[in-house]
Design a protein around this ligand. Structure first.
Ligand code: HEM
Length: 550
C-alpha cells in the first residue's frame, strides 16, 4: 500500500514535470527557432556553463560551432529541462540589440534586459555581498557613477602609465635573465603577478600594502583563485540559505575573509594618505584624487556602509587581474609562433621607442598611440581568445533581437567567441592574422596618427555608431567593434587599464626580445569563469642583437 502511494506521488510529480516542460517548450514563441546540439548535458539541458575539467574546452567548441553555422543565425535556442529558453545570439546586430538597446534605460519600464541571473548568483556567492559586478538598476548605477571616472584615460593614463612602465621594465629584466640562461619561462604566472601589482597599486595609490595579511604578495593571486573556484563546490548551491553557512562555504570563505582583511587594511592606508594630501592642498580649491579607493571615499556614497566599498574593491581586483594576464599569455603564445609578425612589430616599436633599455618614464601615451601593429596584435588576440566567451543577460520583458522576439524570462548568451570565429566576417578564423585590424592604405593615416593622446585609447573608435551597424563583411573586418569588453551600459570598467598594460608589455618585449614557444607546449583554452591557457605558456626569450634605431 505504502509502495503504491509512493509510486503514485512519483508518477504525479513526473507528469507535472513533463507537462510543465511540454507547455513551456512547445507554446514558447521560440518553439520553432533553430536548436543547436551539444554533447554536453550541462549546456544543452540546463543552460549552464559546464564545470571546468582537464579535457577538451567543450564550451568554446560549442559556441564556435553555433557561431559558424549559418542555420543558427541570428539566434538559436536550447530549452532547459524546466522548459526555459536559453537564447544564443550569434550576429553583431543581435548582440548590439541586446547589449546597447536592450540594456538602455527606460524610465517607465526599466531596461529590457539586465545582467544574467546565474552570473549574478555566482558573483554574490563569491564576493559575499553586493558589488559593481552583481548588482542591477539603481544599486549598480551609483557604483558605476562613482567608480568610472578613475578609469577614464584622462585620469588613468597620467597616474598609472609610469607605474606600468616601471613594472613592465622589471619583467624585461626577468626575460633577460632567462634569455641569458637559455631557459623557458612560464609567462602566465609572470603576467598574473604583474596585473595583480598594477590593479592593487591603482586601487590604493601606494606600493607599501601589507601583503603579509594574505601570506605575501605572490600569494594574493592564489587566494583569489581559491575564491573564484568557490562556485564549483556543490555545497555552494544548496537551497534554503544552507549555502550561506560557514560549513557550505568552507572551501572559499577563509580566502574571502583574508582578502577582505587585506582590503580593509589597504583602504585605511589609502584613506590616511588621501587625508594627508587633502590637508596639504587646503586653499587650492580642487578636490584631491589619488586612487580609486579615494574616489570612492570622496563620493560619500559609502559613508553608511564601508563594507560596500570593500566588496567593490574586491570585485575590481578580481575583474582586473586574470583577464588581462591571460590575454597577454595567449598573445605571447601567438607571437612566439609567428616570427614574421614579431619582425614587423619589432620594426614599428623600435622606430617609436628607440633601442633598449627603454627608460620607463620615456614611455608616453603619445608613443603608445603610434603603434597600430601593437594594437592589431592585442585585437587579434582578443578575437581568437576572448577572455569572456559569452555575455550572459536576463530578459526582463519581450525584446527584439535581430528581428526575432525573445520573450521575457529567457536567458541570453551573446556569443562573442562564436561570432569572432565566423568565417563570413573573419576568413580563416583559426589563423592569427594581424592584418585583419589594419585599415586599407587610403585611410591608413587615421590609424597611425592621433590628434588626442588619450582619445586613441578606445582604439578604432569601435563604439561609434557606424561600426556597430551590424553589417560587417570580410572587407570591413578592421572596423569590427571591440565586443570583447562588452558594449552598452555595462561596458568593461577596466578596458583602458587593460589596454594600457597590453600595449606596454607587447611593445617593450618586441623591442628587446624575439620569442619562441617551448617545444611540446600545446596551447589550449580552459574556461574557469574566464578563458585561461590550460597548459600554461612556456616561452624561450632571445635578446635581439640589433641595438640601433630604425
Ligand atoms: C583583457 C582584459 C579584460 C577583458 C577582456 C574584460 C572583459 C569584460 C567583459 C566582457 C565584461 C562584461 C561581463 C558581463 O557582462 O558578464 C566586463 C565587465 C567588467 N570589467 Fe572587465 N575586462 C578586462 C579587464 C578588466 C580590468 C583590468 C578591470 C579593472 C578594474 C575590469 C573591470 C570590470 C568591471 C568592474 C566590470 C563590470 C562593469 C559593470 O557591470 O558596470 N575589467 N569586462
Amino acid at each position: 500500500m505504502m509502495e503504491l502511494t509512493v509510486l503514485n506521488t512519483l508518477g504525479a510529480a513526473v507528469s507535472i514535470f513533463v507537462l510543465n516542460y511540454a507547455v513551456r517548450r512547445y507554446t514558447s514563441c521560440l518553439a520553432n527557432a533553430p536548436q543547436p546540439t551539444s554533447r554536453n548535458f550541462w549546456i544543452q539541458y540546463l543552460g549552464f556553463v559546464p564545470p571546468p575539467h582537464d579535457g577538451e574546452d567543450v564550451l568554446s567548441k560549442f559556441l564556435i560551432e553555433v557561431g559558424q553555422d549559418q542555420r543558427q543565425s541570428p539566434i538559436s535556442v536550447c530549452f532547459s529541462v524546466m522548459g526555459r529558453p536559453l537564447v544564443l545570439v550569434n550576429t553583431l546586430k543581435g548582440i548590439k540589440d541586446v547589449l546597447i538597446d536592450g540594456q538602455a534605460k527606460n524610465k517607465k519600464l526599466g531596461p529590457c534586459v539586465q545582467r544574467g541571473d546565474l552570473i549574478r548568483r555566482i558573483h554574490s556567492l563569491v564576493f559575499g555581498g553586493p558589488s559593481i559586478n552583481n548588482t542591477v538598476g539603481e544599486d549598480w548605477a551609483w557604483r558605476r557613477h562613482v567608480l568610472l571616472p578613475p578609469f577614464q584615460p584622462r585620469q588613468l593614463v597620467p597616474k598609472l602609465l609610469p607605474y606600468v612602465g616601471e613594472k613592465a621594465t622589471e619583467v624585461m629584466t626577468l626575460f633577460g635573465q632567462h634569455a641569458l640562461q637559455g631557459t623557458a619561462l612560464e609567462v602566465d604566472n609572470v603576467f598574473t603577478d604583474l596585473t595583480m601589482n598594477v590593479i592593487n597599486y591603482y586601487l590604493y595609490g601606494r606600493r607599501d600594502l601589507n601583503f603579509d595579511i594574505v601570506g605575501g604578495r605572490a600569494n594574493l593571486k592564489n587566494e583569489h583563485l581559491k575564491l573564484g573556484l568557490g562556485f564549483q563546490s556543490p555545497e555552494a548551491w544548496l537551497p534554503f540559505g544552507l549555502n550561506e553557512t560557514t560549513w557550505a562555504q568552507r572551501s572559499y570563505r577563509p580566502s574571502r575573509e583574508m582578502l577582505k582583511d587585506f582590503i580593509r587594511d589597504s583602504l585605511e592606508k589609502a584613506e590616511e594618505e588621501h587625508k594627508r594630501l587633502q590637508r596639504s592642498k587646503v586653499g587650492t580649491g580642487s578636490a584631491t584624487y589619488h586612487c580609486v579607493a579615494a574616489a570612492g571615499l570622496d563620493s560619500g556614497k559609502y559613508d553608511n556602509n564601508r563594507e560596500d566599498l570593500v566588496n567593490d574593491l574586491l570585485s575590481l581586483t578580481f575583474a582586473g587581474y586574470d583577464t588581462t594576464a591571460h590575454t597577454l599569455s595567449f598573445c605571447f603564445s601567438e607571437l612566439a609562433r609567428h616570427p614574421d609578425i614579431q619582425q614587423r612589430v619589432f620594426e614599428e616599436v623600435r622606430r617609436v621607442l628607440g633601442p633598449p633599455p627603454v627608460a620607463p618614464e620615456s614611455i608616453t601615451a603619445d608613443k603608445l598611440a603610434q603603434l597600430p601593429l601593437v594594437n592589431a596584435v592585442y585585437r587579434e588576440t582578443l578575437r581568437k581568445y576572448p577572455a569572456v566567451v559569452f555575455i550572459p543577460v536576463h530578459v526582463n520583458r519581450d525584446t527584439l533581437v535581430d528581428n526575432t522576439v525573445v520573450p521575457g524570462g529567457a536567458e541570453i548568451w551573446c556569443n562573442i567567441r562564436g561570432l569572432q570565429m565566423n568565417p563570413d566576417i573573419f576568413p580563416n578564423p583559426n589563423e592569427f592574422n594581424i592584418d585583419r585590424w589594419l585599415a586599407p592604405p587610403v585611410t591608413e593615416a587615421s590609424n597611425t596618427t592621433s590628434d588626442s593622446t588619450y582619445n586613441d585609447f578606445d582604439s578604432f573608435g569601435e563604439n561609434s555608431k557606424s561600426n556597430i551597424d551590424g553589417k560587417h563583411t570580410t572587407e570591413t573586418q578592421y572596423r569590427f567593434p571591440d565586443i570583447t569588453f562588452t558594449l552598452g551600459q555595462h561596458a568593461c570598467l577596466g578596458k583602458n587599464l587593460a589596454i594600457l598594460e597590453l600595449r606596454t608589455m607587447i611593445a617593450l618585449t618586441m623591442n628587446q626580445f624575439s620569442l619562441t614557444l617551448k617545444p611540446g607546449n600545446i596551447i589550449e583554452t580552459k574556461i574557469v569563469l574566464t578563458t585561461k591557457p590550460k597548459n600554461g605558456v612556456w616561452i624561450h626569450f632571445d635578446e635581439r642583437n640589433d641595438l640601433k634605431n630604425i
